[in-house]
Design a binder for this molecule. Structure first.
Ligand SMILES: O=P(O)(O)OC[C@H]1O[C@H](OP(=O)(O)OP(=O)(O)O)[C@H](O)[C@@H]1O
Ligand SMILES: O=c1cc[nH]c(=O)[nH]1
Ligand SMILES: [Mg+2]
Length: 219
């Protein structure tokens, strides 16, 4: 798996990442969601450079223009609930894309909240055969949700290409996906890679719970 870490490049994207991490700013839910969305828009733009292009002739009112546009049939896939603002950001750029959703939630298997497991319940997707699948999820912690989401999606057709986008990845999550996707065919795009996770499998320094910050507490 190839890894592209936007934190290694100076751009305004880093300002949005700083705001979603900052305890003094992240409590503004609308700003939090919009910042995730803006990160999705920038990532989608960068990822669009990796698609397959061909030149088309476009009739303007005054003549014919040659324009090189993507040929990929893109499907944007995300994981409920925290993935929704990132999904919106991608869809703002790839507005002709198909859309796929899966629900995954992490739950603790023990009273001490130290062993995390992930459940998949709901899946809604178009046929993914031969598509360019972009799986987008803001947090890659243990990597379990991403792995289960991928395995759930491929039951609905094998995509021609897979690209993964996360906002904050843990080093462990990156290594988890490297084992799942050996070779160079899959690329992980992320805005930052953090070194650690805590005993509850939250990314450190991370940002906290992306789903709760976007949508509020859940019981
Ligand atoms: O790599 P993992 O250890 O599996 O963790 C990552 C998952 O955690 C978050 O979802 P969460 O389970 O918090 O659900 P939510 O979106 O409902 O908050 C996030 O959106 C990922 O899907
Ligand atoms: O740090 C983390 C890990 C999983 N999910 C989150 O929202 N945050
Ligand atoms: Mg959550």
């Amino acid at each position: 798996m190839k890894v592209i870490n936007f934190a290694e490049t100076n751009s305004v994207l880093n300002q949005y990442v700083a705001e979603i991490r900052d305890v003094a700013v992240q409590g503004d839910r609308m700003r939090f969601r919009r910042n995730i969305e803006r990160i999705g828009e920038i990532m989608a733009y960068e990822m669009s450079k990796e698609l397959t292009y061909s030149v088309k002739q476009v009739q303007t009112p005054l003549g014919v223009a040659s324009v090189s546009t993507p040929d990929d049939e893109v499907v944007i896939a995300t994981v409920f609930r925290a993935g929704l603002p990132l999904h919106t950001g991608f869809l703002n750029m790839f507005d002709h894309a198909g859309n796929a959703f899966v629900s995954a939630y992490r739950y603790y298997k023990d009273k001490e909240c130290r062993t995390v497991d992930v459940h998949i319940e709901y899946i809604a997707t178009p046929d993914l055969s031969k598509k360019t699948l972009l799986i987008v999820d803001p947090m890659l912690a243990t990597g379990e949700s991403m792995e289960l989401a991928w395995k759930a999606f491929v039951t609905k057709g094998m995509p021609a290409k897979l690209q993964i986008a996360c906002v904050i990845a843990s080093q462990q999550g990156v290594e988890h996906l490297e084992k799942l996707f050996p070779g160079d065919e899959v690329t992980l795009w992320c805005a930052a890679i953090d070194p650690e996770m805590n005993e509850h499998s939250y990314i450190v320094p991370g940002l906290g719970d992306a789903g709760d910050l976007a949508f509020g507490d859940k019981i």
